[in-house]
Design a protein around this ligand. Structure first.
Ligand SMILES: [Zn+2]
Length: 123
């Protein structure tokens, strides 16, 4: 298998409910987002997928989160904007725009600090 990874970031505020820790109070993070795309075969040009396409799709997805209060973004009206749910939300959006044939978004990781991240993937 081949695997590509791009890294992007966004800044936003959130507040976690029913969470007895410091994330219960309104605060912000600079999230770093890693997007992995996997596939077994390359195109004739030797590429699995053009990095620019992954970067552009990721930018579009992150623009809806960047500099927002995540609790008020539609995607998080019904669920806590935790790093786990942020990773899942980005994964689902990117899957819709990037998946084709046996090339798939394989994992999205959301780093909320230098040493803590959450990943979402599907088997
Ligand atoms: Zn937080």
């Amino acid at each position: 298998m081949y695997e590509l990874k791009i890294i992007s970031q966004f800044a936003a505020a959130h507040q976690l409910k029913e969470f007895h820790g410091s994330c219960e109070n309104l605060h912000g993070h600079n999230w770093k987002v890693e997007v992995h795309v996997r596939g077994p075969r390359l195109e004739g040009n030797g590429l699995l997928m053009d990095f620019r396409e992954i970067k552009l799709a990721t930018k579009v997805a992150l623009d809806d989160l960047d500099h927002h209060f995540l609790n008020e973004v539609d995607a998080f009206k019904e669920m806590n904007p935790s790093s786990e749910n942020i990773a899942r939300h980005i994964f689902k959006r990117l899957s819709r725009s990037l998946d084709r044939g046996d090339i798939r978004v394989s994992k999205v990781t959301a780093w909320e600090s230098d040493n803590a991240c959450a990943s979402y993937s599907e088997p």
